[in-house]
Write a protein that binds this ligand. Structure first.
Ligand code: GLN
Length: 313
């Protein structure tokens, strides 16, 4: 790969360490997610970054091995599974357009007859969770096993405190699910679908595990280390397209404009960006901006993409 040759591993590690230092000098802006108590307890100064390249190497700096709540980053894993299970039928139930609304918005869903704009806002991810819950008898476990296989690591778990908190404070997600059920777009019982969705959001992973586990998206659906076909080339293309247009919620346009990589954020403060034919960048800092995206994780990915010339555009 051209970029990999431009930046050998020692230089890349130094580059990540320097970027982290720069990020630490910036004024502390944004707020740790507090919609559930379990997330608000995370230290706001945590900061980590990891880059996994297609040759299987991982470079990292800061809190890159510390597990954190992946939250909406889980939407990408679940989507990969659901696309395989439902094929093109999935796109009758969820569209592939940016929403122009906050990730947990409900207004559009009523106007658009219970068909969510895309699978990476909450409503769309709940449809995806329904696909998994309706198809597998042990869908929560199947989901976790899928992630462990991608990360090549069995030590990935859900945080039971976050899971309980999600359940307890999940009224808005429940409202989205019941509204879609009323339009006939949810097949399983709503409590079962929500259980699946909250379980997915409650998984904990580190930047290094995340970067490693998304490599198939940078390599046309094939895990470059195990050589396993994780999804078809067409699905990898489609997932990257959705991440490019909707993965950073209402800031997806700005992210494409300034960074130029398919990426997904989560309210745990993680952002994962795919660099096709090169690798994956995962960054974590818990302070979020008003769109629910991590300020410093965005900063780190933008600076790295600029320095290495990684934009896909
Ligand atoms: N658990 C969160 C929710 O459902 C996930 C949202 C996110 O990470 N953007 O609201």
């Amino acid at each position: 790969m051209q970029q990999a040759e431009f930046c050998p591993i020692v230089d890349l590690t130094r580059c990540l360490t320097d970027l982290l230092f720069d990020a630490q000098q910036l004024p502390a802006e944004g707020k740790v997610a507090d919609y559930i108590p379990a997330l608000s307890e995370v230290s706001p100064t945590r900061l980590g970054i990891a880059v996994a390249t297609l040759d299987g190497k991982v470079c990292a700096a800061g809190d890159s091995q510390m597990p954190f709540s992946i939250q909406s980053l889980s939407k990408t894993f679940a989507l990969t599974m659901a696309m395989q299970l439902q094929g093109d039928e999935l796109w009758q139930r969820v569209r592939m357009e940016p929403s122009g609304q906050p990730f947990n918005s409900i207004v559009q869903l009523e106007w658009e007859q219970g068909i969510p704009r895309n699978p990476v806002i909450n409503a769309g991810a709940i449809v995806v969770a329904d696909v998994l819950a309706s198809h597998y008898s042990a869908s929560k476990n199947t989901f976790l096993m899928f992630i462990r296989r991608l990360a090549q690591c069995q030590q990935i778990y859900i945080d039971p405190k976050v899971y309980a908190s999600e359940q307890q404070h999940g009224s808005r997600n429940a409202a989205l699910a019941y509204l879609m059920k009323s339009f006939g777009n949810i097949q399983s019982e709503v409590p079962q679908v929500l259980e699946q969705y909250f379980h997915q959001c409650s998984v904990e992973m580190s930047c290094e595990q995340l970067a490693r586990s998304w490599l198939y998206l940078a390599n046309r659906g094939v895990d470059p280390v195990s050589n396993e076909q994780i999804c078809s080339r067409k699905d990898a293309h489609r997932i990257n397209a959705i991440l490019s247009t909707s993965g950073m919620y209402d800031q997806s346009g700005e992210f494409a404009f300034t960074v130029g990589l398919p990426a997904k954020s989560g309210v745990g403060g993680g952002i994962v960006a795919v660099v096709p034919n090169y690798g994956v960048i995962a960054a974590w800092s818990p302070r979020l901006n008003k769109f629910g995206n991590s300020n410093l994780a965005m900063y780190l990915i933008r600076r790295l993409a600029e320095q290495l010339g990684l934009s896909v555009y």
